[in-house]
Every structure is written in C-alpha cells, then in structure tokens.
Unconditional design. Structure first.
Length: 302
C-alpha cells in the first residue's frame, strides 16, 4: 500500500478489538482430526481496528474507541494499534474483564478461514462514546453491533458534528439492526448479511436496503464475486473481483474492502472508482498473509 497525503480531518473507528490466534494448516481438518499447524500468529484483530490499520497505512490520521479487558492481551492490542499510529486514548479498560479472543484456522490450500470467537466483555455504551471528542473528525466508522447503543452514538455525531461523514458496517443480522439504517451516509454490507435477509441477488438486496435507509450509498461485498453498489437516484452497478495470482489468506479481506471504500470517498473519488479500488485492495490482500501489505500494492489515487 502506498501512503497518500492526509485529507483534512481524522477517521474515528468504533467497534471491538480482538486477540487473534491464527493457526495455518495445510487443509481444513475433518471433525475429530488431529493436525499439526504449519505456523502460528498471535495478532491484533477486530473488524474496525483492521480497517483503521489499513486507513492509517494509506495516510489517514486514525483513532479507535472500544472496550478492552485489563489483561495482557489488551496490552498487546494497544501496542499494536500504537505501532500503526492509531490513537486509543478514549478506549475503555474494563476492570477484571477478559479481552475478546478468536481462534482461527487458515487453510494454505485455498486461503479460507474458520473463526471461533470468544467474548465476555461489555460492549461500548453510548455513555462511554459520549466522552470521546468529535473535534477534528472527517469520518466516523461504526461496526453494526449493539444496535440500540450504536444508534444513540450515531445520533450524537449527527447532532454535534453534522458535517462529519458516517459509515456503518452491516456484517451480521443482529436483533434491532434496523436502528442503524438511519443516520449513516454509507452502509457497507456483507454477503452474509444480505443472505440473512433472504437475498441472493445483490441488486434486489441493495434496492431494499436503500429503500429502508436514508443512506446516500449502499455497498455489498461479495467475496469471490466482487462487489455491487447503489447510490440514491442511481442504478445497481457490479464490480468484478480482483483475483491475486494465488489466494493465501482471506482473513480480514472484508475489513480491507471497507477501508478501501472509505479511503476512496475521503479522497473525493466517484463512488464507482472508490468501490473498484476497494475490490482491488481486498483482492491483493488475499494474496498476502495479514492485513497490511508492503508489496504489490495497487495504485491509490490522490
């Protein structure tokens, strides 16, 4: 990834941070198999923090707000975020809390990943978010979780910083998620979210989502099928996937995609160009282990 000049204003990400224990295996094991891992990585994960790491590498000033335990895993996460230049001063440490952990198997045969997630930590509350400064922001990106509290956070941004752009990631269909469809200008949905709503065709899904929201732009990431998007007053457009020479690791590809869309829009690219760029970023990421790639980066428009 090539760094670019930072646009006016920083990016605030709101969501969870996770300790990922990533085991690489030759092929995904069958039930009751015992296999030897080819490699083990102990890294910081979490959707929004992954997206912030990419945005920081692309030249944006980034901040993160979320909850962490008071255990060594939290210290590792904070150190990693600091290493990416991501400010964490508003993070909430929960006394006696255990930082969320994901056990992940990555198949070297096809790059697929399987995740078992453990979480026993309170979500960030609207009261916690109310203590975070909104000064100097250009963008706030929320994970679509804890809907009632997150909806209150969105309303605060709309009221106190009406010029700041808001995006919401719709990864999973959680109870009450409809509360997050009003307020954001950008909705970033996953293929799994669309399917949970009964949609296989991305066009039908996007038209329904746009109708039920007041967003300006709705985007759905579709993995190996690329992506599709619909802006208000326009028509559904599809973008083919970018396929790397070899698929190595798909873990976090959706987070990279989301970062790519946000980056493109912050740089003033037309919607279609921003989505095309995001698809390429996600595809290139699948050819590399980890989230932030140092080589074979796509050109990033200034």
């Amino acid at each position: 990834m090539h760094e670019t000049s930072n646009p006016a204003g920083s990016v605030l990400g709101v969501g969870i941070a996770v300790l990922d224990l990533v085991n690489e295996v030759e092929v995904y094991p069958a039930e009751d198999d015992e296999v030897r891992a080819l490699a083990l990585r102990r890294v910081r994960g979490g959707n929004v923090t992954n997206s912030l790491a990419v945005l920081s590498r692309l030249g944006h000033v980034c901040r993160w707000v979320g909850t962490l335990g008071d255990d060594p895993a939290a210290d590792l996460i904070l150190a990693d975020l600091a290493g990416h230049g991501i400010e964490t001063g508003d993070a909430v440490r929960v006394s006696g809390g255990t930082t969320p952990t994901s056990s992940i198997l990555v198949s070297r045969t096809n790059g697929s990943r399987t995740i078992v997630h453990f979480r026993d930590l309170p979500e960030l509350s609207a009261e916690d978010f109310g203590r975070a400064s909104l000064d100097g922001l250009a963008w706030v990106h929320f994970e679509g979780r804890n809907p009632q509290e997150t909806a209150r956070m969105i309303r605060r941004v709309r009221k106190e910083a009406p010029d700041v752009a808001i995006s919401v990631e719709l990864e999973k269909h959680r109870p009450g998620i409809e509360a997050l469809l009003h307020g954001p200008q950008l909705l970033l949905a996953s293929r799994a979210f669309a399917r949970a709503g009964g949609f296989e065709d991305p066009g039908d899904f996007l038209e329904d989502l746009l109708m039920r929201s007041d967003a300006r732009l709705c985007v759905v990431a579709r993995g190996a099928q690329g992506a599709a998007f619909l802006k208000r007053g326009g028509h559904v457009q599809r973008v083919s996937a970018y396929v790397p020479t070899r698929v190595v690791d798909t873990l976090g590809a959706g987070d990279v995609f989301n970062a790519g869309v946000i980056h493109g829009l912050l740089k003033g690219l037309p919607d279609g160009e921003a989505v095309v760029q995001a698809v390429k970023l996600a595809g290139l990421k699948c050819g590399h282990p980890g989230i932030v790639m140092e080589r074979e980066s796509p050109p990033i428009s200034d």
